[in-house]
Design a protein around this ligand. Sequence first.
Ligand SMILES: C[S@@+](CC[C@H](N)C(=O)[O-])C[C@H]1O[C@@H](n2cnc3c(N)ncnc32)[C@H](O)[C@@H]1O
Ligand code: SF4
Length: 301
Amino acid sequence: MLGYAKWWLGSVFGSKAPLVNTLIIHYGCNLRCRHCSIYSSGAEDAGKNKLSYGEVVDDLRLQFGKGAKIAYFEGGEPTAWSDGGKDLGDLIKAAKEIGYKNIGYTTNGTNGFFTGSDVISVSLDGPKDINDLIRGEGVFDKLMETISDSDFTGSIYANMVIQKDNMDYIEETAKAVMDNKKLAGIIFNFITPPPYEIALTPEEKKAAVGKIRELKKSGYPVLNSKRGLELLTEEDWSKKCPYHVTVFIIPDGSHHNGCPMHDTPSCKQCGFAAVREYYLIKRGNISTISEMSSIFAMSKK
Ligand SMILES: C[S@@+](CC[C@H](N)C(=O)[O-])C[C@H]1O[C@@H](n2cnc3c(N)ncnc32)[C@H](O)[C@@H]1O
Ligand code: SF4
């Protein structure tokens, strides 16, 4: 915990050291989810769409040297990344050797898990029919099979992106998570557009957050902090985004503080739960820090 406390104190006194290093290691993906534009062929065709093993390791070292304690691998689909015989397991191993305190990745769960990390975030966008409408036929069953077959000993949590197609299925999704003993809980986000046509209106967001708060109160494993949930209804984070808490590297090798959408119209309709939690952590909100650190801050080894 001492390392995290030092980071926070530094941040209070104006340090811009990152806490989280988020690495979008490639854009490649086997799925085409309705709400996702990251895999888009535009991105795949736009020159460099993958970081090499050497580039990832250099970046892990660079940001660790600047103070980052948490490494998170993202994509595209990170379990489908490979480079000259290296795979995601090798990246996790490298991050561990460099000294990161907590290592995780987000996955669609269709390729099995790499079990060396501390945390795995699995994308779940509804009960079976709704999840598959958004993510593709058969994806729900494949994800559940991956979870039940895995001997992973760290925390697995679900990440839901609320959009028009699943906004009426929040409770059913939370129940599916509660009933699955291998899932530690669920984090709710709103879609960050584009696409704009499936984003919720401000009124719909308020109703959804009201529902999620009720579920949290009645014992469903909702991992958003209480205050983080309230802040989810605030749409425009272009001025408030805690930019320096997380640094991203994207496949062309460029770095982006906050997120790669920084300074785009998407910032005005930001739906990412992590942005709220990072904001609260930076401001020293004790209940958010304790709720988040019990899941995300500690290594399992
Ligand atoms: C880009 S994916 C990469 C990891 C992996 N392919 C997966 O789907 O879990 C990471 C997370 O971002 C979410 N996501 C994708 N597009 C989004 C959007 N427009 N707004 C908010 N979250 C989004 C996905 O649902 C997923 O949970
Ligand atoms: S699996 Fe992940 S990266 Fe692939 S399309 Fe879906 S959200 Fe995007």
